[in-house]
Design a protein around this ligand. Structure first.
Ligand SMILES: *Cc1c(COP(=O)(O)O)cnc(C)c1O
Length: 448
């Protein structure tokens, strides 16, 4: 097998995601066949390697072909690969539900399963609406999201996603939710702190809820970082205020931690960084996916409170939550998640990540002096900066220049970010730093 052989066959047979396929055919955008992965490295068939600085679309936490997750999956393969979860249950799904609930301090006592993030979003929206209806509040049919929000790309999830390039073509199909301003710290006016921006955004949220709360079922947010619209980071104060306002106006708070959960921001769940009286705020719904299975298998989970669960618990079948997916609670995926949680506990990962995040920060700090770099920012294991250039082709130029330097870094528009697996070592961080500054210089160089 060679790179060119597989590349051609892929272009003939595979419709790649999030891609205008003609760009591959024209040779403008490389398509890279991967033969194997080990740790942070991806290897092609021709002996080239790439440091996976985006954790393969934010899913991989502990490296490719992780020996401990591999071993757990081999064991599970010999016991049970999958069983229908309606009317049946199994050990991995029970243990995972118990452990996730414990991680919320028992606040969210029930777990509902699906396979991808967008489905988790849809489940949370449906559950919220249906829960209000079961309580006799059928008028609560609307949802509220933040400007620049991303919660997935199925038709239902697009209703609460505010990214034009994913949404505009399908606008006639979508029952779009209202948006309120993002607390993005980059919106700070002169003299404002990130917490000030958060309070200003929350004031608009308050006015919106005052007017419309009778019709709003839930507010959905990506806690601390709006990743897909360009790593917009914001102060935890916004979450604290949003929780208070949702309580006051009887609106559910959905925390979509599909990208920011599982230790990315420094705490296991990002919303834990918002506290009242020293206690983390509690969402009504928590969506997990991406990193929860260590980047191995499709798995998503919606956790909710026993109070919400209780609104469905009834003699009438129709008051139940009758949603299902064929692979709901897949045993292999749950086992991968359990192995992932084991690594968190055994290796004290949250603590170790503090050192790693500091190293990442100091390696990239010199970029702040670059004349075209704006808003160099970091929270935990996500570091990002914006590049001041009018070049519409910047992101592709940068992407190619990074690949030439053995790094997989995929900017979002003019925002360059790294979000590496948690097993990256000092030498690999240094490699990433060099690849980033080299690729930046090349991408910004004016072609003669
Ligand atoms: C990736 C993502 C989703 C969608 O997950 P998929 O598995 O790609 O459907 C939803 N919400 C957030 C915050 C995400 O980052």
């Amino acid at each position: 097998m060679s790179n060119t052989d597989l590349l051609q066959r892929s272009l003939n047979a595979v419709w790649h995601p999030c891609t205008q396929m003609k760009q591959h055919a024209a040779g403008g955008l490389p398509l890279i066949p991967i033969a194997s992965g080990k740790g942070v490295w991806l290897h092609d068939f021709d002996g080239r390697r790439y440091l996976d600085a985006v954790s393969s679309w934010w899913v991989n936490l502990f490296g490719h072909c992780n020996p401990r997750i591999n071993a757990a999956l081999r064991e599970q393969l010999e016991e049970l690969e999958h069983v229908i979860l309606a009317g049946f249950t199994h050990r991995p799904v029970v243990e995972l539900s118990e452990r996730l609930s414990q991680l919320t301090g028992g606040a969210l006592g029930h777990c509902f399963y699906a396979s991808d993030g967008a489905s988790a979003t849809e489940i949370a929206l449906k559950m919220s609406f249906h829960s209000w209806r079961n309580r006799g509040r059928a008028a609560k049919q609307d949802f509220l999201c933040l400007e620049g929000s991303y919660h997935g790309e199925t038709v239902g999830a697009l209703a609460v996603t505010d990214v034009a390039i994913f949404k505009d073509a399908y606008a006639p199909l979508i029952r779009a939710a209202a948006t309120v301003p993002s607390p993005d710290a980059r919106n700070a006016r002169d003299g404002e702190t990130p917490a000030d921006v958060a309070r200003r955004a929350a004031a608009v949220l308050e006015r919106h809820l005052e007017q419309h709360h009778q019709h709003i079922a839930a507010l959905i947010v990506e806690p601390l970082i709006q990743c897909a619209s360009g790593m917009a980071m914001y102060d935890p104060e916004y979450l604290r205020l949003a929780r208070t306002l949702c309580d006051r106006f009887e609106v559910h708070l959905i925390c979509d931690e599909i990208a920011v959960g599982c230790g990315r921001t420094g705490t296991f769940f990002a919303h834990e960084q918002a506290t009242t009286d020293g206690q983390p705020i509690k969402p009504d719904f928590l969506c997990l996916s991406k990193g929860i299975s260590g980047g191995y298998l499709p798995l998503s989970i919606v956790l909710t409170t026993d109070a919400v669960y209780g609104t469905f618990y009834d003699d009438a079948t129709s008051r139940g939550f009758l949603h299902s997916h064929s692979y709901t609670g897949n045993a292999l995926a749950c086992r991968a998640a359990l192995a992932t949680l084991d690594i968190f506990a055994q290796d004290k990962v949250l603590e170790a990540n503090r050192t790693l995040a500091a190293k990442l920060g100091s390696t990239f700090a010199p970029l702040a002096d670059h004349p075209q770099v704006r808003h160099l920012r970091q929270r935990g294991m996500i570091l990002a900066f914006d590049v001041d250039t009018a070049d519409a082709d910047f992101s592709r130029r940068f992407y190619r220049a990074a690949l030439d330097r053995e790094a997989l870094i995929r900017p979002i528009g003019n925002t360059v970010y790294v979000m590496p697996p948690y097993i990256i070592n000092d030498e690999e961080i240094a490699h990433l730093g060099r690849a980033t500054s080299g690729a930046l210089a090349e991408a910004l160089a004016q072609p003669n």
